[in-house]
Design a protein around this ligand. Structure first.
Ligand code: FES
Ligand code: FES
Length: 191
């Protein structure tokens, strides 16, 4: 066993772990951070993505199924459960996923959001192509990518202080036109 000291979602933990314990299993099984999920265990899906600081204190997205818990010793880790403010206010990326209908299943969404947060740290104003490239390590097996890309672009705008960017693109609502009388009332078909 090895003793590690790691800050997770703002709380410091000192724990004994097996040298082979993966960070994702430490988070889920020892700390109960089950918002971080295992989607593949082969480093393909990105479902396990969290932010972890490097020796300089800068946070980067990592696939926690490819990191040993021991490697998190002395580092800070942020999971999907620590992304919102302590008062419960959603992170701009969480809000954008909600507003742009980008929330998919519980497997892909946490990692997708964490990877997107990491992406905007590096590229605050990404193009759609850059978003797609930046998230290529995160899989949604249901191909729900379009709204995810929209959400990331919207979150980028919100973080830069452009609130309109978080609004869904839509035409101005036209006043409803009265239908001609003949079209208005279809008689109900009864058996
Ligand atoms: Fe880590 Fe799939 S569980 S990449
Ligand atoms: Fe999560 Fe497709 S894998 S919605």
């Amino acid at each position: 066993m090895a003793r590690i000291s790691v800050t997770v979602d703002g709380v410091q933990y000192v724990d004994d772990v097996q040298p082979r314990t993966l960070l994702v299993h430490y988070l889920r099984e020892q700390l109960g951070k089950v918002g971080t999920v295992v989607g593949c265990d082969t480093s393909n899906c990105g479902a396990c993505t969290v932010l972890m600081t490097d020796p300089d204190g800068d946070a980067h997205g990592v696939k926690s199924c490819t990191v040993l818990a021991m490697q998190a010793d002395g580092r800070s880790v942020t999971t999907i459960e620590g992304l919102a403010s302590p008062d419960g206010a959603l992170h701009p990326m969480q809000r954008a996923f909600h507003e742009q209908h980008a929330l998919q299943c519980g497997f892909c969404t946490p990692g997708m959001i964490m990877a997107a947060v990491d992406l905007l740290q590096d590229i605050p104003d990404p193009t759609e192509e850059q978003v797609r490239k930046g998230l290529e390590g995160n899989l949604c097996r249901c191909t729900g990518y379009q709204n995810i890309v929209r959400a990331v672009i919207a979150a980028a705008g919100a973080q830069r202080g452009a609130p309109s960017a978080s609004e869904p693109e839509s035409e101005p609502e036209a006043a409803p036109e009265a239908a001609p009388a003949a079209e208005r009332a279809e008689p109900a078909v009864t058996a």
